[in-house]
Write a protein that binds this ligand. Sequence first.
Ligand code: 7PJ
Length: 296
Amino acid sequence: MRLQSADQRPKISLALGANRSMQIGKLRIDAPAVMGILNVTPDSFSDGGRFSLRDDALRQAEAMAMAGADIIDVGGESTRPGAKHVSEQEELDRVVPVIEAICEVTDAPVSVDTSKAGVMRAAIRAGAAMINDIRALRDPGALEAAAELQRPVCLMHMQGQPRTMQDTPQYTNVTEEVRHFLAERIGICVDAGIGRDLIITDPGFGFGKSHAHNVELLANLRQLQELGQPLMVGLSRKATLGTLTGRGTDERLPASIAAAVIALMSGAVILRVHDVAATVDAVKVTQAVLETRLTQ
Ligand code: 7PJ
């Protein structure tokens, strides 16, 4: 059964900034969008070699599209604290065949979760519609590649580097420092020729942030709307939800839904999640309330 797709859901006017809207591939972002997470790393699927990795990934992408995912985010680099460095060739070998295969079977736009200029270029050539960069285009050549490609790009805040970022995260005012960083990156992107209609921002929950920092950021998320760009939020199954509930990674769906609803109520436009069907339902409920508020 195909669940109700995004274009059948009621629309609301979103916090996209004055008179602005965004197009990601065939998807017009004029209602909250659900981005399904597809990790293409050997530890995320059964260990059956490269072809099986591609087929498993394709099946999961199809299932997420059927469940109502508006975007599929394909990543080949594990960014967990302590994760091993992945070479550009390894990342290309993981994500390019998967992106090609997904684009053949679904219209849902594909996002590539990468920081590497070469992977950005190859992914867009393979059919990806947007770039999701946890390093906000700070790696060598990434800014130039994104400017050349002219596709929507998500700039995420991270303090430090994945391997050590959770050792001693430090802020005087986490929300203000994240806002300042993102404003600076937006300016740098605009100067490099990336239009504001292509820029998405993300506070980067769990990336160089303590539990208290994550909670404070979520409580103050609305302040990031001042940036004037669509806001993406990734809290799905994250450690901070485990800290709040005492639950393991696979038991964090209710907490993830609560976080998704709070994010939407605070102006988030794209939710990056593992559990697509459940999040799509939560979006419908929240959106109905937001829309009613707007028209009253
Ligand atoms: C995020 C991401 C996030 C964006 C990851 C995980 C860790 N990209 N990539 N935002 N998180 N834009 O999913 O637990 O929060 S990987």
